[in-house]
Design a binder for this molecule. Structure first.
Ligand code: HMG
Ligand code: MG
Length: 298
């Protein structure tokens, strides 16, 4: 059966913008996040406390975060290491996310480390965050395929998931960074994870729409019992360190499907579409989301 309610983890301001070539002014990012909150999204990933040379677009995290911190929503931020955690804690962030890789190539490209060395880098981050009462999400990239290595073996993904949970992560997000997953693969991975004792309520799914499979994959995950879905307003996004990564599943496309299924999200679709149309104007190109296009041309 399908769930009655889905929690949307909105990543437009982080995953959506991190790959954007032109610098988006901090005020525009703050306005984007305010509008997303106003549209009813309650978990809005705000920015990353990573090395500014690695992701120049998010180098303004220190200026941005205080401008939105008062919003009545959860504002998780990415932290790759203890330096990132220190920066986030200094601004009183209450939710952080570490981001591991299920493949060696991407661990090297994204974190400049082997998979194991990256996990070792996260361990003290998770421990210290938990001590500070901070909620920790563990992202896991390349869960389905890797642009350099091809298909990623399911047991390899299960291993990294178990390590992140044992470390103390409160939830996981299974990333299809380059959008190659198909529903059968999603079902196979989720079956294997639950078989290895990973509780479904701790699992979120994070699909990119490169091959147009993101909604089908989401539906497969919902049928399996997943209730947390990552999405990006307007379908913005891509990862600067993953060849061929395009935008995330568009939040509007997700909400349209869920609304049709009678699944509650708390999101006001019209306000969300208006936000993505406004953001598209700021970025100077139309949203790739089919739902945004359909509803804004009515
Ligand atoms: P490194 O070069 O190995 O860093 O990068 P290091 O530990 O050797 O440190 C080098 C210098 O960087 C030091 O400065 C550190 O202080 C500084 P120095 O002593 O030389 O003056 N430094 C920092 N400065 C500010 N903030 C920090 C920080 N850390 C070190 N946090 C590092 C390693 C992890 C830092 C780098 O690789 C990095 O920042 N990577 C981030 C990449 C990234 O953000 N990628 C996108 C997010 S992941 C994603 O999009 C996938 C996801 O959406 C899910 C999916 O779709 O699959 C989540
Ligand atoms: Mg992503």
């Amino acid at each position: 059966g399908l769930p009655a309610r889905v929690r949307i983890h909105e990543v437009g301001a982080r995953d959506g913008l991190q790959n954007e070539k032109g610098t988006v002014p901090t005020q525009v990012k703050a306005e984007f996040i305010r509008r997303l909150a106003d549209a009813g999204l309650t978990t809005i990933e705000a920015t990353s406390f990573v090395h500014p040379k690695w992701v120049p677009q998010l180098a303004d995290a220190e200026e941005l975060f205080p401008q939105i911190a008062g919003l009545p929503v959860d504002l998780p931020v990415l932290v790759p290491n203890e330096r990132g955690l220190d920066r986030a804690l200094a601004l009183k962030a209450t939710r952080v996310a570490v981001f591991a890789s299920a493949s060696e190539s991407f661990a090297k490209a994204n974190l400049n480390r082997t998979m194991d060395a990256a996990l070792a880098m996260f361990a003290p981050v998770v421990t210290r965050a938990k001590e500070a009462g901070v909620h920790v999400r563990g992202y896991l990239s390349m869960c389905f395929g890797d642009p350099w290595e091809g298909p990623v073996p399911v047991p390899q993904v299960v291993d990294v998931c178990r390590t992140l949970l044992d470390m103390g992560c409160d939830e996981l997000s299974l990333g299809d960074t380059i959008g190659v997953a198909t529903p059968g693969h999603v079902r196979a991975l989720l079956t294997e994870l639950t078989g290895h004792g990973v509780p479904l309520e701790l699992l979120g799914v994070h699909f990119h729409d490169t091959y147009g499979q993101a909604l089908a994959n989401t539906y497969a995950a919902l049928q399996h019992g997943v209730t947390t879905v990552d999405a990006s307003a307007g379908g913005l996004g891509g990862c600067p360190y993953a060849k061929s990564a395009t935008g995330n599943l568009a939040t509007e496309d997700l909400v349209w499907m869920l609304r049709g299924l009678g699944i509650d999200t708390g999101v006001d679709l019209e306000r969300l579409v208006a936000t993505s149309v406004w953001m598209a104007g700021q970025l100077g190109r139309p949203s790739p989301s089919r739902t945004v296009r359909a509803l804004s041309h009515k």
